[in-house]
Design a protein. Structure first.
Length: 211
């Protein structure tokens, strides 16, 4: 049986070289975002809502259902926005308002505004997920994409695992909502740093389209 022809478009995986600095910087920024996100995992947020407002588990579950639907829909919207304003701008200018919502939640005097802010945050906060992945793959060479995916993903997971323990301790000391405040503030720092450091590092297709 004759050998099958080689796919000319196939690219062998290789370690990070030319893109090493960019990928490591992005990995550090993404880890900061993940660390901040660990302060507001759903279980801790449910606990805070119960402590602060006496919200039942059934009502909390219904709220999380709505926030999940909004987050899922935001993935589709992110694609259209990124076509108009670019990947980095989409990541920052959708994520920043959601971070502000998170920061404001502890200061709300009643449950109604808290729910509104949670819904707004959910409609915006996940738009950076598909755009983040697309951006990383676009700014590295094809051979480095597998390594870039690993280098940016593993630190995120480790960072996200560290903060829930701190958040639990803060909730045990005070019902104010310090984990939400800290998470919002850290995410705003992440947004500002990402924009400042990468607004001019555009993928090839954006340079061609003049975004």
């Amino acid at each position: 049986m004759p050998d099958e022809p080689l796919d000319a478009s196939a690219v062998s995986a290789e370690p990070l070289r030319k893109s090493r600095t960019i990928v490591l910087t992005l990995a550090a920024l993404f880890s900061l975002d993940a660390f901040a996100g660990g302060f507001v995992v759903q279980s801790l947020l449910a606990l805070w809502l119960f402590q602060r407002f006496g919200l039942s588990l059934a009502a909390t579950g219904a709220i999380f259902f709505l926030t999940g639907i909004l987050s899922a829909g935001s993935y589709l919207v992110a694609v259209q926005i990124s076509k108009r304003i670019g990947l980095v701008n989409t990541m920052v200018f959708t994520h920043l308002p959601s971070s502000l919502c998170l920061l404001l939640i502890p200061f709300m005097p009643s449950l109604g505004p808290v729910i509104v802010l949670l819904l707004i945050r959910s409609a915006l906060s996940q738009m950076d997920v598909p755009t983040r992945t697309s951006y990383v793959m676009a700014v590295v060479s094809p051979g480095e994409r597998a390594a870039a995916a690993s280098v940016t993903a593993v630190p995120r997971s480790l960072a996200a695992a560290a903060s829930p323990m701190l958040a639990g301790s803060l909730l045990a000391m005070s019902g104010f909502g310090w984990p939400l405040l800290i998470a919002g503030a850290l995410k705003i720092v992440y947004d500002i740093l990402l924009l400042a450091m990468f607004r001019k590092v555009r993928p090839p297709e954006e340079r061609l389209e003049g975004l």
